[in-house]
Design a protein. Structure first.
Length: 132
């Protein structure tokens, strides 16, 4: 089962190194549909990783990517992510039956909201890392 992590372009005080999103990843299909319905960008549209991470993950899975041109890491403004996280969080708070495991997803969305607010204050870009 994949897990989502927020990755910041640089270290920000008061933000843990690993910001998890296991429950968000479990609900990704529901959250993507909900994001479209709410008119915001899906969380998975913020997905990116460095070529080094891609190569390392491929190696773990026995794949050789030496002949593949890997895409560069993409960074996003924290306000873009905040717009999505806030819309999803607000909707789920008022419609808790909208997805399975709403309580757990809301707990992670609250943490993501705090992290992205802090990143916005500090002007630090971010992206979503999907770990398999």
């Amino acid at each position: 089962m994949p897990e989502f992590f927020i990755v910041l372009h640089r270290k920000v005080s008061e933000v843990p190194d690993d910001v998890p999103g296991k429950e968000i990843a479990k609900a990704e299909i529901f959250l993507s549909r909900l994001a479209r319905k709410l008119g915001v960008v899906s969380l998975t549209d913020f997905k990116s990783q460095s070529p080094e991470v891609t190569d390392a993950l491929a190696g773990i899975n026995g794949l050789d990517l030496s002949d593949v041109k890997l895409e560069r890491e993409t960074w996003f403004a924290p306000m873009q992510g905040l717009q999505t996280v806030t819309a999803l969080r607000d909707h789920l708070q008022s419609h808790p039956a909208a997805i399975p495991n709403t309580k757990e997803v809301l707990g992670e969305l609250d943490l993501w909201n705090k992290v992205l607010c802090k990143a916005a204050e500090e002007g630090v870009a971010w992206h979503l890392l999907v770990a398999i």
